[in-house]
Design a protein around this ligand. Sequence first.
Ligand code: 13P
Length: 284
Amino acid sequence: MPLVSMNELLPKAKANKYAVGQFNMNNLEFAQAIVDAAEELKSPFIYGVSEGALKYMGIEFTVALAEAAAKKSGLPIALHLDHGSSFEVAMKCIRAGFSSVMFDGSHHSFEENIRLTKEVVKAARAMGVSVEGELGTIGGVEDDISVDEENASLAKPEEAIRFYEETGVDCLAIAVGTAHGMYAGEPNIRFDIIQKVSSAIPVPVVLHGGSGVPDEMIRQAIAAGVGKINVNTENQVACTDAIREALNKDAKIYDPRKYLTPARKAMVEVVKSKIQLFGSSNQA
Ligand code: 13P
């Protein structure tokens, strides 16, 4: 099966009150672990690729890995640019074979964010590619993007609704209190904002910073209208913990397969638990 746009996945999720996971791909083992978990649970999913991960893997390898996963599994899989910073990067990804892009104009003024997002939507739509927009600033650290708590600002529901109406994005990430990375305590998620925005627009709200959010809060977020949830850090932690454990156990290991196999297994478990929690099993 070829890669699909998020429009093959998200309208169904919103209508049936489950969420599709965006699992970030950082290397071959991430790509394999994510698709293996989804295959076992017959779940659709989205490979998220940040600009940093794109630089690390190279655009050709990134697209080839996602296409291989779709071909091998027969699952509906979207390959999505995560936090695209410019029109140019979005177009480069589309030309290379991405089926979906995020344009993150949240650091621009509200009006400028609308203007720039509209340009991406117009070009992407012509190619059958879906677009995610962002409003408000999501805290935490992801690759080169770092937003401290003071500068993280929640989305205003009226602005989010107008942003959707003017841009026509296929899903909308709004800052509602989650952050990229792990949490020191529990996040304070504004379910009221999710509810207000989601009930006023036809497309799902996206929850970034899905790692470390307690299960009950995830269920509540989905009930309030979240239809896409992003997870990266939990897989990174599981991967690195497994590698550390393998190396600590045997200091003489030199074959990377000896420590990458347990790392991949650990990530399969993380992704399976998220798919079950998000309710997307058997929706492929
Ligand atoms: P976490 O790393 O906190 O899971 O967030 C991932 C994310 O939101 C990617 O955009």
